[in-house]
Write a protein that binds this ligand. Structure first.
Ligand SMILES: *Cc1c(COP(=O)(O)O)cnc(C)c1O
Length: 333
């Protein structure tokens, strides 16, 4: 049942953890603005608000969870440092948070990772280790470095401190607009929506929480249908930050999404591209594909049950700008 806090409580994470995270994160991450989407509101006849996680210093919300995870480490753990294989928003967040706390951060990547991504991670001050021809081999190196050098892996979503960190977005929404009817949240591993749902359902169970994934390779959606975490084939998508599995041994986020999220919807690639163009030309904001999925749903007119006041979480803006220019085109759609 959606909004079943008692059941979600089975994962051992609650509203208090999110308030603890909020205190820890104060002054370390941005309390992001919630702004009106004027053109979109006029186009669909509802009030649409945009939560600008794009304004975090790393361009995505993942800084909240990663920073909260690192702050929760003991002195001994901090002295050892952290390791990740993500070259996307999570990797950048871990690197950024580690630098702020003067910790060692290692990012393992394969030879296939393009130069611009390598440089983005390097700019955050992380140590880069290149190994192998694919993600699996990079992971093998990360596991070895964790074993041999005592580095601590930082999970991208399935971790209580990470989920609590992302949940601080929910507290901010409740403060800014407790009268919201629904919140549209990009969904991959479920750390973002799990945290937001936990915060919001604790105070306002009637606010509808809707997860949105790309139609191609949506692991959480497939897992919910199957009733347990399953694997899906990863496919190329404009919403690249939503790719990847939820982990067959998922401990927290599968249960959180199953018990607290009202609905999960899928959007196709054309809809994501149109949404990126809309946000750019009409709202004058740059977002990556993953962040555009909520707007995509609204532009397709799929408004059932969303009510009058709808918030879209614009989760990140890390997109190659040449690719972006091709996607949004030379003029207003
Ligand atoms: C990671 C990410 C998501 C999805 O977050 P999960 O916690 O994995 O569900 C959405 N948008 C962006 C930009 C991301 O980087």
């Amino acid at each position: 049942m959606a909004g079943d806090l008692a059941k979600a409580g089975g994962v051992g994470l609650g509203l208090r953890d999110i308030f603890v995270a909020r205190r820890a994160l104060a002054g370390r991450v941005t309390r992001t603005p919630l702004v009106p989407a004027r053109a979109l509101s006029a186009a669909i006849g509802r009030e649409v608000l945009l939560k600008l996680e794009t304004t975090q210093p790393t361009g995505a919300f993942k800084l909240r969870g990663a920073t909260n995870r690192l702050l929760a480490m003991s002195e001994d753990e901090r002295a050892r440092g952290v390791v990740t294989v993500s070259t996307g928003n999570h990797g950048r967040a871990v690197a950024h948070a580690a630098r702020a706390l003067r910790m060692r951060a290692v990012v393992c990547m394969s030879r296939l990772v393009p130069d611009n991504k390598r440089q983005a991670v390097a700019r955050e001050g992380a140590e880069i280790h290149i190994h192998g021809a694919g993600q699996d081999e990079a992971q093998t190196l990360a596991d070895r470095m964790a074993r041999e050098e005592g580095l601590i892996p930082v999970p991208p979503f399935d971790d209580a401190h990470v989920v609590a960190g992302q949940g601080t977005i929910g507290l901010e929404l409740l403060e800014d607009r407790p009268d919201l009817d629904s919140v549209l949240v990009p969904l991959s591993g479920g750390g973002l929506i799990g945290g937001i749902a936990l915060a919001i359902k604790s105070a306002a169970p009637a606010i509808r929480i809707v997860g949105i994934s790309m139609a191609k390779g949506a692991a959480m959606h497939a897992s919910l249908e199957a009733g347990r975490p399953i694997e899906v084939v990863e496919e190329h998508s404009l919403a690249d930050s939503l790719g990847g599995g939820i982990g067959l041994d998922n401990r927290l986020t599968f249960a959180l999404v199953r018990d607290l999220v009202d609905d999960v919807q899928l959007v196709d690639e054309d809809a994501i591209a149109r949404a990126m163009a809309h946000v750019f030309w009409q709202e004058r904001l740059v977002v990556e594909g993953a962040a555009a999925v909520g707007i995509a749903l609204l532009l397709e007119g799929r408004l059932d049950g969303l009510g009058q006041r709808i918030c879209c979480i614009l989760s990140g803006n890390n997109v190659d700008m040449d690719a972006f220019a091709r996607i949004v085109g030379p003029s207003s759609p």
